[in-house]
Design a protein around this ligand. Structure first.
Ligand code: ASP
Length: 584
């Protein structure tokens, strides 16, 4: 028996009990004749004590030679501590050790295995297995575990069947590049790793499974960011004989369940907003609703007064930052510089201060009198003490810029509280999105999403206006999940491919299997997928999904611990019939 108890278990009740503990040495404090060792495992920390006089000299020396992260086993008696530590659950006792065994010595770790560590990101990733020993890191993965269990509980109770789908497949377009895997037995041919199990889950509906879910790895080769990894996890679902409302209510239920069971939070009702409104009022299809600061369009009030920049702009639009009129000139200049950075790209910013004495002061006083500015202030619903920030330009561009500014102001004014959760369904997404680069339409969600029946006539005349039966769940400005009601007949699916620029042959080659399945009795169906890593990050109050993944990749898609990706041997390449043509 390696241990009778774990390191988080012993209390005053255990005093005088003989115990055996095993774990890692967190810290050794050596006061000469008195040595304390903090012994750690996943469950907690227990103090071991070795005392001159009552402890044999040999044992005392052994204890004195222990180093950080040694793996040891200690046998002894639980005693009451003279000076108690009420910060840890085992703080009232210590174990007076009679036998000590070093199970495995350890090199000095390259960084401190403590909640507050001195290790930088790169070092911690290289030694991720040591990083994972830290409580604060492990706790994040424990949160993930809880969320997984609660997801399965909810889905199972709602009669979803968990089905695994293959990983070696062919392309399922979700708007990213595929990772591909060469096939040795089929020279010159490649599998693609799934960007999602989309086509398979639809086929399961054709199979009559009715309700499917899977907690599944997906792979997308795209540029990485804090909330993106090349492989990530989805809670993937599909349901038959459902309308959009059915899907929304089922997954609102899941979200609510997770918040309640995992965080003890009663989530407020999930609001709804159309994509068009989200863009118009927040410049963003995933608005952060923890604060208001809605966009106010000023074309009617601001144009035609001789201010050329506004006159020439397609859209003049602004936000009102409550209580920010006290921003100094320096702060405002900095803000103007901020919107002019290439990442935001605004040409300039107009501001109007609503001073507490009721007067209005703007950067465009030359063109607009107090009366004009008062009309603007009314449009903003501004009060004395508020600050109005206004941008102008092409509608799409300026909305994006103002959205960034809004988020920054929200941050600066402390309105993005991580303990507040504002969920929102964004609905009625456009079916298609024009891509400037390739000069053609792309599916905004994916090609299997159904258009709104009443918009189908627009497919030929005005494809960009066609709305889809598609929806996203957004929490605090983060897209948590998205889905749609699908096309379930061959003709519509074919029409869709045609509009996406596929020839009949291409469509047949890539998705013939799905269209054929639709001819064998496909039920109406729809579904959704949640980004599980992101959901965990939101629950944990973090921006980075990496913390919630046991072995994540860095910004260049590398796993620096196992050093991957890496080259492979020539023989392996030969076996795969692959020749490299790398540019030097
Ligand atoms: N497959 C979609 C995605 O990964 C989700 C869905 O439509 O159910 O975004």
């Amino acid at each position: 028996m390696y241990r009778s108890h774990n390191c988080g278990e012993l209390r005053l009740d255990h005093v005088n009990t003989q115990v055996t503990l095993a774990g890692w040495v967190q810290r050794v404090r050596n006061k000469g004749g008195l040595i304390w060792v903090d012994l750690r495992d996943r469950y907690g920390l227990t103090q071991l004590i070795f005392e001159e006089g009552s402890t044999a000299k040999e044992l005392l020396d052994k204890a004195g030679s222990l180093g950080r992260e040694f793996v040891i086993q200690a046998k002894g008696t639980v005693i009451e501590r003279t000076s108690k530590n009420d910060k840890i659950p085992t703080g009232s006792i210590e174990v007076k050790v009679a036998e000590l065994e070093v199970l495995n010595p350890a090199k000095l770790p390259p960084f401190l295995i403590e909640d507050e560590t001195d290790g930088g990101d790169d070092l911690r990733m290289k030694y991720r297995y040591l990083d994972l020993r830290r409580n604060v890191v492990r706790q994040k993965l424990q949160l993930r575990h809880r969320m997984m269990q609660e997801t399965r509980k909810y889905m199972d109770a709602a009669q979803f069947i968990e089905v695994e789908t293959p990983v070696l497949i062919k392309s399922t377009p979700e708007g990213a590049r595929d990772f591909v895997v060469p096939s040795r037995v089929n020279p010159g041919e490649f599998y693609a790793l799934p960007q999602s199990p989309q086509t398979f889950k639809q086929l399961l509906m054709v199979s009559g499974f009715d309700r499917y879910f899977q907690i599944v790895k997906c792979f997308r080769d795209e540029d990485l960011r804090a909330d993106r990894q090349p492989e990530f996890t989805q809670i993937d679902c599909e349901m038959s004989f459902v309308t959009q409302e059915d899907v929304l209510s089922m997954f609102e239920g899941l979200t609510r369940h997770l918040f309640k069971e995992v965080k003890g939070v009663e989530l407020e009702e999930v609001g709804r907003m159309t994509f068009a409104d989200a863009m118009r009022f927040y410049g963003n299809d995933k608005p952060d609703l923890r604060f208001d600061m809605r966009f106010v369009e000023l074309n009617d009030l601001a144009k035609g007064k001789g201010f050329g920049i506004f006159d020439q702009a397609e859209l003049v639009v602004g936000i009102c930052a409550k209580g920010a009129a006290e921003y100094t000139r320096k702060q405002l200049d900095a803000l103007t510089e901020w919107v002019k950075r290439p990442q935001i790209g605004a040409k300039g910013m107009v501001y109007v201060k609503y001073n507490t004495d009721g007067s209005l002061k703007s950067t465009v006083d030359k063109f607009y009198g107090q009366e004009d500015l008062t009309a603007w202030a009314d449009a903003f619903g501004a009060e004395p003490g508020d600050l109005m920030l206004i941008l102008s330009g092409d509608t799409k561009v300026v909305r994006k810029q103002l959205s960034e500014l809004r988020l920054k102001m929200g941050e600066d004014l402390g309105l993005r509280d991580r303990t507040v959760f504002k969920p929102l369904w964004v609905v009625d997404f456009p079916l298609l999105e024009w891509d400037e680069e390739t000069e053609r339409y792309h599916a905004m969600h994916h090609p299997f999403t159904s258009p709104k029946q009443e918009d189908i006539p627009l497919l030929d005349s005005n494809p960009g206006e066609v709305r889809a039966n598609a929806y996203d769940l957004v929490i605090n400005g983060v897209e948590i999940g998205g889905g749609s009601i699908r096309i379930h007949d061959r003709a519509t699916q074919q029409l869709m491919f045609k509009h996406l620029g596929f020839s009949d042959e291409e469509a047949q080659k890539q998705f013939g299997f799905l269209m054929e399945a639709f001819e064998y009795g496909a039920p109406p169906h729809g579904g959704i997928a949640f980004g599980f890593d992101r959901l965990c990050a939101i629950f944990g109050g973090s921006d980075s999904i990496r913390d919630y993944i046991a072995f994540p990749k860095n910004n260049s898609g590398r796993d620096v611990m196992i050093d991957s990706p890496s080259t492979i041997a020539d023989e392996q390449l030969q076996e795969l019939s692959i020749q490299l043509a790398l540019k030097k």
